[in-house]
Design a protein around this ligand. Sequence first.
Ligand code: NDP
Ligand code: MG
Length: 391
Amino acid sequence: MRRVSIFGATGSIGRQTVELLVAQGGPEAVRTVALTGGRNVAELARMALALRAEIAVTAHEDCRDALAAALAGSGIEVAAGPQAVAEAADRPADWVMSAIVGAAGLVPGFRALAHGTTLALANKESLVTAGPLIMAEARRHGARILPVDSEHSAVFQALAGEDTAAVERVIITASGGAFRDWPLDRLAAATVAEASTHPNWAMGQRITIDSASMFNKALELIETREFFGIDPERIEVLVHPESLVHALVGFTDGALMAHVGPPDMRHAIGYALNWPDRRPLPVARLDLAQVGQLTFRAPEPARYPALGLAREVMRAGGLSGAAFNAAKEIALDAFIAGRIGFTAMAGVVEEVLTQLSGQGGLQNAPDCLDTVLEMDRAARARTAGIIAAKG
Ligand code: NDP
Ligand code: MG
């Protein structure tokens, strides 16, 4: 029986993964090794019982007792703390979902690769912070990484059976987020609540705000480069308000292969779960006559400065991705906490990159996880300092 583990099981991606596993037969069809979560202990326990997991792990020490109480008598092991989350990845599994949010997702996904597992990678921060390291680790152990981010899953599907040497360009689409039609001069005063509503996708709060700022698409540009090994100049972003075309691949003969589907992450998750097969999934079928029109426009640089920053990060390479992601996470925390405005986020991130590159540390290759995590910490501290100086 196939062994599966889910990191970040209680999140938006994690829950949908569990839902699909249950729909495909649950414990009768798969053996669940590890499920991890954060503070949502009740949900984690419910899932662990439903899938009869071997171990349930919360990332927080202070949640251990509640998790143990919820699973008392079940025979399911319980563990707590970041170290326990990482160790859960050392338990061999054939298919692992990496769906912890943020840089915290890097270590467990990386460690799972050592078993030659199939890693379904939703945690985009992994490739942004440590792309070359992760791809090399996968090669070393014969592990396979399947993209779960919808755009990358779309590119992956458009490339199936194609000669990658004939790829001319890759286009990933963006809804444009909550503020795509706002007058530019209103953006500085945008509230957290306003930034937390997505026009098409239902996702976690952080990624939803990152969609409004396009920091999400900025991460995805870097993710595209790292995953598919495509030159940055060949990767384009296209605003597509309907969010039905997820990505397009352009070939040397002029053909564009588009991936079209409803904005429902269960497609990309299910594709990764069933790969290399396709199995029926509970997603809506598109009625294009009903849709009527698909529209596209170029992203405005002034509205989405994060895209320009991502291009600089790709040019600089080295540890810039780790610094970029860390600075973005701290700037986002500060925005959510009401300490900086919406448009200040990009300015803060740019300042962090400028300061760190002045010190020469960004060029170093991400040669091991420690180097990456050290840059992550340094960039977080630098960002916090810059934000404190502003306030
Ligand atoms: P959520 O915020 O909904 O869930 C995050 C998960 O990670 C939860 O299980 C949470 O636990 C857990 N978690 C949070 N902090 C930590 C930590 N420090 N250590 C260990 N676990 C932690 O995120 P999403 O599901 O939206 O996103 C997950 C990843 O997938 C992100 O990298 C995101 O960018 C990516 N992604 C998401 C998409 C989506 O549609 N949501 C689309 C494409 C990519 P708890 O909630 O119990 O505290
Ligand atoms: Mg995406």
